[in-house]
Design a binder for this molecule. Structure first.
Ligand code: SF4
Ligand code: SF4
Ligand code: SF4
Length: 167
């Protein structure tokens, strides 16, 4: 993903970067920057070790090694208000165009690692198979990301609060 927008850029309304995946319960990006003190308590509390720091020192979730269990230890550890229990996780998974299966190479690694069976494949002419992610079943846990051999799992934010279910 692109660099985190600085607060100055946010205030100027010059946000073109893709939002970062902040820990569970994060406020919107501007409020998160206001409230987060970069204390690191959320990262220390995460039993999966998936909370890293971005270039500015703010916590960001990385699925490169493991998935989120939605245990809420990060939210509970945050005293600043930057993370709060009443905010749902808004992220869902999808495949990027670099997906092997979309390019004629046999792969089902993401499907094999999705405990919720949110991924199915639609065969295409020419032998390709398109991975389809059911956003109503996907929780955005990131369990499909680390097993993907070409780092082709992307995440997007669902639009409305009603779509963002509490985990
Ligand atoms: S909800 Fe639990 S597993 Fe997920 S980032 Fe927070 S502490 Fe880590
Ligand atoms: S694991 Fe990655 S490369 Fe394999 S099918 Fe899924 S998205 Fe495509
Ligand atoms: S993010 Fe989690 S629930 Fe969604 S497709 Fe990947 S493994 Fe399945």
């Amino acid at each position: 993903m692109n660099a985190t927008p600085s607060r100055r850029a946010l205030l100027r309304g010059k946000i073109h970067e893709i939002p970062r995946q902040r820990p569970l319960g994060a406020a919107d990006e501007m409020a998160f920057h206001d409230d987060c003190t970069q204390c690191g308590e959320c990262a220390r509390a995460c039993p999966e070790g998936i909370i890293l720091r971005d270039k500015e020192g703010y916590p960001v979730v990385s699925f490169s090694q493991s998935a989120c269990t939605f245990c809420a230890a990060c939210t509970d550890a945050c005293d600043s208000g930057a993370l709060a229990p009443d905010r749902a996780w808004p992220w869902r998974a999808k495949a990027a165009s670099t997906c092997l299966s979309m390019n004629g190479v046999q792969c089902r690694a993401c499907q094999d690692h999705c405990d919720l069976q949110a991924i199915r494949f639609r065969l295409q002419p020419g032998g390709n198979a398109m991975p389809l992610f059911d956003k109503d079943t996907c929780t955005g846990c990131g369990g499909c990301a680390a097993p993907c051999p070409v780092d082709a799992i992307d995440f997007f934010q669902i639009q409305s609060e009603t779509e963002a279910r509490p985990c």
